[in-house]
Design a protein around this ligand. Structure first.
Ligand code: URA
Length: 201
């Protein structure tokens, strides 16, 4: 798919999410003057990072991972020499849940089709899932439901997925960077786990 087509399809996703009145999070977004957070980065990225949902900073700016968890993600990317501009970063939910609570199943149901389309458009070779929600969703989507286990047991592993997209996809679950914001041990562990991405650069 050429660059222009990708741009057009991604813009279509943005426009649809912007007007997603059927979402349980729509009225909260409008009441707070928030933006939906669609995704950011290289539309030809080899590596896609999928988080959970926008937090306050993200919803106020429309940019994924631009708050405290984003700072950690930036540090992790820098630790393996991977420029943020080279990857694509998105979330399962495109709108902020109140008080940053966990995504509800019905919210995942509403927003996941947009994530599916982003994956089809960008066609990443490696999908890094940040936290348990995106990990469970992506493993199941790629036929690896049996591999869904507590994130502490599968983080840092490389799963080879069924070639849904016509080419092989590797899935790498990791802890969510937000967990490392106030926990230096987790941050060090995450940094160590992040090294696994290096082989794909
Ligand atoms: N946490 C997420 O999961 N995504 C963001 O964009 C920011 C924080």
């Amino acid at each position: 798919m050429d660059k222009q087509k990708k741009e057009e399809l991604l813009k279509q996703i943005r426009d649809e999410v912007l007007n997603l009145k059927s979402s349980p999070l729509y009225s909260y977004r409008v009441a707070n003057n928030y933006y939906p957070v669609i995704g950011q980065g290289n539309h030809d990225a080899k590596i896609m990072f999928i988080g959970e949902a926008p937090g306050r900073n993200e919803a106020e700016s429309g940019i994924p991972f631009c708050g405290a968890a984003g700072k950690i993600l930036d540090e992790l990317l820098a630790s393996i020499g991977l420029p943020r501009s080279e990857v694509y970063i998105t979330n399962i939910l495109k709108d902020r849940p109140p008080e940053n609570r966990d995504p509800l199943p019905e919210e995942i149901k509403v927003y996941a089709p947009f994530l599916d389309r982003q994956i089809e458009i960008i066609q990443p070779q490696v999908i890094v899932t940040l936290g348990r929600f995106s990990t469970a969703y992506i493993l199941e989507k790629f036929g690896l439901k049996n591999e869904i286990k507590p994130i502490s047991q599968i983080k840092g592993k490389v799963f080879s997925a069924n070639p849904l997209l016509g080419h092989a996809v590797k899935i790498i679950p990791l802890y969510h960077p937000a967990v490392a914001v106030y926990n230096n041990n987790v941050k060090e562990e995450l940094k160590k786990d992040f090294q696994v991405i290096k082989q794909f650069l």
